[in-house]
Design a binder for this molecule. Structure first.
Ligand code: B12
Length: 139
């Protein structure tokens, strides 16, 4: 009887160890991305920032992290009901309906392709090594 109980306990322990090692291997760590601030309408130098983003974390989080770490990057957003945060200004430069200017969100993937995400900064999930570009431009 005691032997049977011991066998049962050790097989339970084995199943538990298997399950926990499977879970641990599912945990994925943060990855690097960079963020470029590019004003296509003025003759100013681009700024580049590097940070780590949590596995499948949102761009807005990475932007907040950069903002907290340096005085060279500040941004403002306007929360909208339907699409979340709209990027209004970067480093004091704000989009403006009258001049038809805005901060466009682009991302250069690791293979060099530049995409225009079909969501805003609150929903975009950068890929590892993405170069996210905030481009001040006209529509
Ligand atoms: C016109 C338009 C724009 C114009 C708005 C300028 C203006 N003042 O008119 C410009 C060119 C600036 C623009 C930019 C972007 N847009 Co846009 N835009 C539209 C469009 C075609 C019409 C919106 C509209 O006028 N609705 C009618 C008015 C009466 O309603 P409204 O609520 O007042 O509209 C405002 C909001 O829609 C807001 N807005 C526009 N785009 C976006 C995007 C985001 C993320 C947010 C939060 C707000 C927002 O600006 C409108 C005018 O004030 C819609 C698609 C559609 N057919 O509806 C896409 C749409 C809303 N845009 C979209 C996107 C993705 C963007 C960008 C993120 C694209 C990019 N990669 O850069 C950027 C925003 C970047 C930033 N700074 O945060 C997506 C949003 C999807 C989502 N779930 O996030 C949509 C649905 C198009 C799509 N791809 O399917 N956009």
């Amino acid at each position: 009887m005691a032997l049977r109980l011991l066998a049962l306990l050790s097989s339970l322990l084995f199943v538990f160890e298997l399950a926990s090692s499977a879970c641990n291997s599912d945990i994925k760590g943060p990855y690097p991305i960079s963020l470029v601030v590019y004003n296509s309408l003025a003759d100013v130098k681009n700024l580049t920032f590097k940070t780590e983003i949590a596995y499948r974390g949102i761009l807005l989080g990475a932007m907040k992290k950069i903002q907290a770490s340096t005085d060279e990057f500040k941004f403002t957003i306007n929360e909208t009901l339907d699409y979340g945060p709209y990027l209004l200004s970067v480093n004091g430069v704000a989009g403006n309906d009258e001049n038809q200017t805005y901060w466009e969100l682009l991302s250069e993937l690791q293979n060099g392709t530049i995409i225009m995400p079909d969501v805003g900064v609150g929903c975009y999930i950068p890929n590892p090594h993405d170069k996210v570009i905030l481009k001040f431009t006209k529509w």
